[in-house]
Structures are given as C-alpha cells and as structure tokens.
Write a protein that binds this ligand. Sequence first.
Ligand SMILES: Nc1ncnc2c1ncn2[C@@H]1O[C@H](COP(=O)(O)OP(=O)(O)O)[C@@H](O)[C@H]1O
Ligand SMILES: [Mg+2]
Length: 268
Amino acid sequence: MNPMHSDAHPDAAAAAIGPGPQQTAPHAPQQGLEIEGLAAGYGKALVLDDLNLSIPRGQVVAMVGPNGAGKSTLVKAISGCIRARSGQVRFNGETLTGMAPHEIARRGILHVPETRDIFGGMTVLENLQVAFDNLNTVADAAQAFDEIYELFPILAQRRTDVAGNLSGGQQQMLAIARALLGRPHVLMLDEPSLGLARLVIREIYATLERLRRTGLTVLLIEQNATMALKFADQAVVLVNGRIVLRGTCEELAADATLVQHYLGGTVH
Ligand SMILES: Nc1ncnc2c1ncn2[C@@H]1O[C@H](COP(=O)(O)OP(=O)(O)O)[C@@H](O)[C@H]1O
Ligand SMILES: [Mg+2]
C-alpha cells in the first residue's frame, strides 16, 4: 500500500515503474536532495557555512545537534523560507535555490516546522482544508482526507474540534498531516518529538515508519538522538553550523559516547 502517493503524481508514477535506464546512466542527475556548499544565516550572522549533505531518494537522514547548532536554519534554507547566501540545494538534479517557498513546496519538498504552525483557532478539518487548498495537486479531497484519517485516526475523531485544544502530540500529528496533503517527495521534520511524552513519540514514529516504507525521502531533525538513530538510515551531527560527524546509524550508534559528547549529554 502506498497511502500518500497517488498515480496522479508524475514522480510517484515513475517510482511505480521503477528506475529506468536513464536514471542509472552515468550522467543522470542525482536522485534525491543534494545540498552543496550551503551558507545561510540572519542579518550579519552566518549560521551555516559550506554545508554539504546528500539525502538519496528513499532514504532517511537524521540530523542531530545541540540547541542553536543551525538545524532549523538548514530546514528553513532548504524550504526557501530564508535565502541561501551561497551554495545550492538540488532535488532530482533541479536547483531549488532562489525559488520561492511555495514553488519548492509544490515540488514536494515539504517542511513540518519546529513551531508546527497550525491554526489554533480553526478546527482540525479547516487546518487540513487550508493545507489541501494550498498544496494539493489532485482533485479528490475526500480520498486525500481518508488517507490522512487512516494514518492518524485521532484526527478523524477530533476533526470538528478547534486545533488549539488538541494535545501536543495531536498537534504534531496535524502538522505532519498538513504536510502530507502536499504529497511530499521529501519530508523535512523539525524536532517532531519536541516536548512530547514517550508514548506519543512512539506513536508518531510508528506512523513515520509506515510512511518511510512508501519510499518517502526524509530529513529528520532531532535532539533526541536515540530515537533518530534507531529510525534513520544515515545520520549527521551538526555543531555550530558544521557537520562534525556523519555515518550510517549503526556507525554512529557504535560511537554513542562521541555523539553524546557533541550533543552535550542530551542522548537519552
Ligand atoms: N530569526 C532569527 N534571527 C536571528 N538569529 C536567529 C534566528 N533564528 C535562529 N537564529 C540563530 O541562529 C542560530 C541557529 O539557530 P537554529 O537554526 O534555530 O538552531 P537549532 O535549530 O539547531 O536549535 C542560533 O544562534 C540562533 O540564535
Ligand atoms: Mg531548531
């Protein structure tokens, strides 16, 4: 089953057919998200400098790092919310750098911000409708909403409730659901477990696991390294805007003391 990718989406159709000879040709563009020499910041402050990271299609890359390292800045730069000072972000070979945020979102690169950005005064259903209207490429809203409710049954139960009255975990689910309505190829999750109870975190990760099995490409930002390293394929540690460690999750998990050192003891 592939709940979030409809045949209507050109890339999903390509995925169903499988990688053809063009994709495996030596000069075919890299499939997935590529960040090359990226510099970004605020005003005079440069937060990220010469950042290089590649997330191959269908992979989950976790980025962990202490508070203030520049993780959210990276996600904001990829999604076009802040301008890159130099360097490039490419998706399947196409340069995203310089595009407006909505153009990047329409290409299926979607961001669940740390702040969740749901409309607290609107109902769950209204929040989903706004996201659907802004992002969607298919006509069938009913089917898209059914898919969301199947992934997050609690949102179906609470669809007429005001979003501001949901629990933190339910608000995070709603934030993820809103991004999913844009039929993402790349989903960027900025600290999805922040401030949530362990049980809710497990529930959210179980849903993310279902999504990753559909072939979704994921950039997962977490301070909770234990959870991130269990879930991802590869991981990087960001400190002061620089990647100081990178490897498969097995490699980083084997070096837990070093990861812990960089995270300032936040591994738990
Ligand atoms: N809107 C902003 N204006 C100015 N500085 C900012 C802004 N957002 C973040 N910063 C600064 O950029 C640095 C990186 O922040 P951020 O990317 O949010 O880190 P992280 O997500 O890893 O905790 C920090 O020093 C932070 O104070
Ligand atoms: Mg952050």
